[in-house]
Design a protein. Structure first.
Length: 131
């Protein structure tokens, strides 16, 4: 997404709001927020109805391979930093788990099972204790 993120009206296609942001690498959403991962390791939480940025969290590592919003948390695959869990309201880190090697591709979250593959060929499975 080189020009940013647009929210369009589903009836007539008019632009409701626009965030000018270069290098968005991943998107996720919850009921009321859109989460943007930026190539420099920043995660932004945006109010879906207004386009107002509610938080901006700079991670110590980039790139972010995937962002998943689920059950009050934001799960992030953050390159060589491993897996990071953020609070969905404040964007503050809740926990982080380092992995043996950089994350290869996407992370997967199905029900309460999180799967991550590293560039060293290791598969990590986490039983999520999410609310």
């Amino acid at each position: 997404f080189s020009d940013g993120v647009y929210a369009l009206d589903s009836d007539d296609g008019t632009i409701n709001w626009h965030i000018s942001q270069k290098s968005v690498t991943s998107l996720a959403h919850s009921a009321d927020k859109l989460y943007l991962a930026i190539s420099d390791g920043v995660i932004k939480g945006v109010d879906i109805s207004t386009g107002i940025v509610k938080f901006s969290t700079e991670l110590s590592s980039s790139p972010v391979s995937r962002v998943i919003a689920r059950q009050g948390y934001i799960v992030i695959g953050a390159g060589d930093a491993g897996v990071i869990l953020l609070d969905h309201i404040s964007g503050k880190p809740v926990t982080a788990t380092a992995l043996d090697g950089e994350i290869l591709g996407d992370i997967s979250l199905v029900d309460n099972l999180l799967a991550v593959m590293t560039a060293k060929g290791r598969l990590y499975l986490f039983q999520a204790g999410l609310k």
